[in-house]
Write a protein that binds this ligand. Structure first.
Ligand SMILES: *[C@@H]1O[C@H](CO)[C@@H](O)[C@H](O)[C@H]1NC(C)=O
Ligand SMILES: *[C@@H]1O[C@H](CO)[C@@H](O)[C@H](O)[C@H]1NC(C)=O
Ligand SMILES: *[C@@H]1O[C@H](CO)[C@@H](O)[C@H](O)[C@H]1NC(C)=O
Length: 299
C-alpha cells in the first residue's frame, strides 16, 4: 500500500512537471492569419534574433516596430522577401489625417522596396526644405521632389478626402530620397508637411487612387549572403519553428511537442518513438491512460 501511494505521488509529480512543458510550443508558425517562417518569429527566442526586436506577434496581430511607432503587418511575401505594412496615421484616398511621419531604425535589417512611393501632403511651399533650391541662383528646381511624381500628386489630390482640404497641388511632393537619407527618417515636422501617403502599387489603375495599394513595402535579407539557413529549412520541413536560445543565440528547432532540438523535429520524433510516443497527442493520452490505469488498479 505504501509503495503504491508513493507511486501515485510519483505519477502526479511526473504529470505536473512533464505535461505543461509538452503542451507549450514556445514559437508559433502563424500569427493571426499570417504564416510565420524564418527569419520572423512570434516572440522572444523565435525566428532570427536580428529580426525579433522589430517584428513581434501581439494578440495575434503581427506588428512591425520602429522608433516612430507600431505598424500592423498586412502580409509577407516570403519568396521575394518583402514585408508589407500599414501605418494607421498615413493618409489614403478615403482618409486624410495628420501624421508625424515614418522612419526605419537605422540598425534594423530592413530597407525600402523600390516600389514604395511616399507622397508628402500639405507641405509649406515657403518654408519646407524639400522645396529649397540647391543652386547658387534662385532657380525654381525642387531637388527633393520627383517631377515625375506630379501625376501621383494630382491624382491623389483628386480624392474627396484630400480635395476637400482645398490645398493646391504644389503642396504635394513625391519624396524622392525613398531610403529617407542616412538616418531613414521622414520627419514631417522638420519637412513642414502635415500628412503623407505611402503606396507600393497602382493595381494597374494609375488614374484610380481608390484602388492603389497604400502602405509601405520593405525588403529584408536573411544575412550577408542572403542564404536561407539549411538547418532552419529542415526544421520547418519537419513542422518545427526556428528559434534561438540564450546566452549565445544558438540555433534551436522548436517542435510541435514543445521540445527543442538542435537539428529538426524528425530527429525529435524518432527519439519519441523510442519512448513509444508516436505523436505528442498520443504521448499525453498515453500518460493519462497510464495514470488512470494505475488509479483504477489501486482503487
Ligand atoms: C524552446 O525554445 C524556445 C525558444 O528559444 C524557448 O522559449 C522555450 O522555453 C524552449 N523550450 C524548452 C522546453 O526548453
Ligand atoms: C535670390 O532671391 C533673394 C530673395 O528673393 C534675393 O535677395 C537675391 O538677390 C536672389 N539672388 C539671385 C542670385 O538672384
Ligand atoms: C541658374 O539656374 C538655371 C536653372 O536651373 C540654370 O540654367 C543656370 O545655369 C543657373 N545659373 C547660374 C549662374 O548658376
Amino acid at each position: 500500500m505504501k509503495t503504491s501511494k508513493s507511486f501515485i505521488n510519483l505519477i502526479a509529480l511526473f504529470l505536473s512537471i512533464y505535461i505543461p512543458s509538452v503542451l507549450a510550443q514556445a514559437c508559433q508558425n502563424t500569427c493571426g492569419s499570417i504564416p510565420i517562417k524564418y527569419p520572423f518569429g512570434t516572440g522572444p527566442g523565435c525566428g532570427d534574433p536580428r529580426f525579433q526586436a522589430h517584428v513581434t506577434c501581439n494578440q495575434q496581430q503581427l506588428t512591425f516596430s520602429t522608433h516612430t511607432g507600431f505598424y500592423p503587418i498586412t502580409s509577407i511575401d516570403y519568396n521575394n522577401q518583402v514585408l508589407y505594412i500599414t501605418d494607421p496615421s498615413m493618409s489614403t484616398c478615403s482618409c486624410s489625417q495628420p501624421s508625424k511621419g515614418f522612419s526605419l531604425d537605422w540598425n534594423a535589417p530592413f530597407n525600402f522596396h523600390d516600389d514604395t512611393v511616399f507622397a508628402l501632403l500639405d507641405c509649406s511651399t515657403s518654408s519646407s526644405p524639400i522645396y529649397k533650391s540647391i543652386g547658387a541662383n534662385n532657380s525654381t528646381s525642387f531637388p527633393l521632389c520627383d517631377s515625375h511624381g506630379a501625376d501621383v500628386c494630382s491624382v491623389l489630390y483628386s480624392c474627396q478626402a484630400i480635395s476637400r482640404l482645398n490645398i493646391p497641388d504644389s503642396t504635394c511632393c513625391v519624396y524622392t530620397p525613398v531610403d529617407l537619407g542616412p538616418s531613414f527618417e521622414m520627419d514631417l515636422q522638420k519637412l513642414q508637411c502635415t500628412a503623407y501617403s505611402g503606396l507600393y502599387g497602382f493595381n494597374d489603375q494609375e488614374s484610380n487612387p481608390d484602388s492603389w495599394k497604400y502602405g509601405v513595402a520593405l525588403k529584408y535579407k536573411f544575412n550577408f549572403n542572403n542564404e536561407y539557413p539549411t538547418m532552419c529549412a529542415n526544421c520547418e520541413k519537419s513542422n518545427g519553428v526556428c528559434g534561438y536560445s540564450e546566452p549565445y543565440n544558438s540555433y534551436v528547432c522548436n517542435c510541435p511537442s514543445g521540445l527543442n532540438t538542435s537539428t529538426d523535429c524528425l530527429y525529435g520524433a524518432s527519439w519519441s518513438n523510442g519512448l513509444r510516443f508516436d505523436h505528442w497527442k498520443t504521448g499525453i493520452f498515453g500518460i493519462y491512460s497510464l495514470a488512470l490505469f494505475v488509479i483504477l488498479a489501486i482503487a
